[in-house]
Design a protein around this ligand. Structure first.
Ligand code: F3S
Length: 426
């Protein structure tokens, strides 16, 4: 490893126990990633709390953290938290009477949310956004070229492809505290160019087309950087859909939409002036197969609906409130958002509209992340490939099967109003 003198001192323990632990973690991560150096972060950090670095043998006791916090330690870069604290994640807002024990129990909520770690992190400057889509509430985004360490797979393409900043899927306490990350992958300009061109038979326009395309591209490209041609101009919601699904089918940290994403004014720029290694045409039959794969149900009865994967942005909440205003849903209907946006939605009156319609606004996590659904629910409708994929995986036994219906937001609303699924690929 090529380390600076200060990095060597930290690794040797001259700066104390916690910096040594963090350096050991980053150096080992760098070796696994095949790089011989670290990069200084000048952007932002995000990690699952307590931390990815704390669920491994790099863990250290809370007493050690307390010592450095009492001595004035802070995070080196602006740092945000992913979903509500692992393990035993729970809803941050809207959980009262949600009908899913123990998440509706005030004692459980307090136990998860008021851990000593979290108070210490706040004292170090962490902004506890508690969301897979923290960037929707951050109001402070990294700028193009800034080096970051984000951890949420659905968020990292937002950092790279949409903002033009640089992050791998490796945010951790160590990176946020020391302001360093292993220098590999998306930190390196060369690795950010597209190597695969993805063309489509149909022009990708609707949100579900972006979602299904994302899953198909993830499966096809795995870790490669694709350039998407033949798409309409993505909105924020369409980017979010694509990012989330692409990191479920595969692990796509970066992609280009020539003419839309900042590092690709043209396809030639996206490719760095080289020829693509592959051009893949995803035809309509391929998209239809992907859609069908994400549907896993035997009948057409829907017992619950869950929307907001990743967590819903404010415009989507506004639009959904208009769709539900004056209606009454027949089944439990959960809407997931970011805690900060939950409170804005409350002020704007959207939460009241949802409640009047029988729907419930929740924040900070989602069914897949809390490992389940209320007792007795065996048929769930969702509008996100990621939620469909992971929630199915929580019910692997044939005699404990969960029917998963995947379709558009309107399909899900229709199912909530009638209790019957009418969605199909169009
Ligand atoms: Fe977020 Fe849950 Fe989807 S944490 S990205 S809403 S699986």
């Amino acid at each position: 490893m090529i380390l600076t003198d200060e990095e060597k001192r930290m690794l040797d323990g001259e700066r104390g126990f916690v910096p040594r632990r963090c350096m050991e973690y980053l150096v080992d991560m760098a070796k696994v990633a095949g790089t011989d150096r670290l990069v200084d972060l000048d952007g932002t950090a995000d990690f699952h709390v307590p931390s990815t670095a704390m669920v491994t043998h790099y863990e250290f006791p809370v007493e050690e953290l307390k010592k450095i916090v009492d001595a004035g330690a802070t995070f080196k870069v602006p740092t945000f938290s992913n979903k509500s604290p692992w393990f035993g994640a729970t809803f941050v807002d809207g959980w009262e009477n949600c009908g899913y024990p123990p998440h509706d129990d005030p004692a459980h909520h307090a136990k998860v949310m008021e851990r000593e770690w979290m108070e210490l992190y706040r004292r170090m400057g962490m902004i506890t956004t508690y969301s897979c889509a923290s960037y929707l509430a951050e109001s402070y985004w990294p700028t193009p070229g800034q080096h970051c360490a984000w951890n949420e797979s659905s968020a990292v393409p937002y950092c790279n492809a949409v903002l033009g900043a640089r992050s791998n899927i490796d945010g951790s306490f160590a990176s946020a505290f020391l302001g360093k990350a292993p220098y590999y992958g998306m930190h390196v300009t060369e690795n950010r160019y597209a190597t695969v061109v993805i063309d489509t038979e149909r022009r990708i326009e609707s949100e579900i087309e972006w979602d299904v395309l994302g899953f198909a591209v993830g499966e096809e490209c795995r870790l490669a950087v694709p350039a998407l041609v033949n798409t309409g101009k993505p909105t924020t919601t369409k980017y979010l859909k694509f990012n989330t699904a692409a990191n479920t089918g595969g692990s796509i940290a970066m992609y280009h939409v020539p003419g839309s994403t900042p590092e690709a004014p043209t396809l030639e720029f996206a490719l760095g002036g080289r020829k693509p290694q592959r051009v893949v045409v995803i035809d309509d039959a391929w998209l239809a197969r992907t859609y069908e794969k994400l549907n896993d149900h035997r009948g057409d009865r829907v017992e619950m609906v869950s929307l907001g994967c990743p967590h819903m942005n404010l415009v989507d909440l506004m639009r959904l409130s208009r769709k539900l205003e004056g209606k009454k849903v027949k089944v439990p209907f959960w809407i997931m958002t970011v805690p900060t946006l939950y409170h804005t939605a409350e002020e704007l009156g959207y939460r009241k509209i949802f409640e009047d319609a029988g729907a419930r606004l929740l924040s900070g996590t989602c069914p897949a992340a809390i490992d389940g659904l209320p007792e007795g629910i065996r048929a769930l409708a969702v509008d996100a490939a990621k939620q469909a994929y992971y929630i199915s995986g929580l019910f692997p036994e044939a005699d404990d099967h969960l029917d998963v219906f995947y379709g558009t937001q309107d399909d899900c609303i229709g199912a909530a109003l009638t209790g019957v699924w009418r969605g199909e690929w169009k």
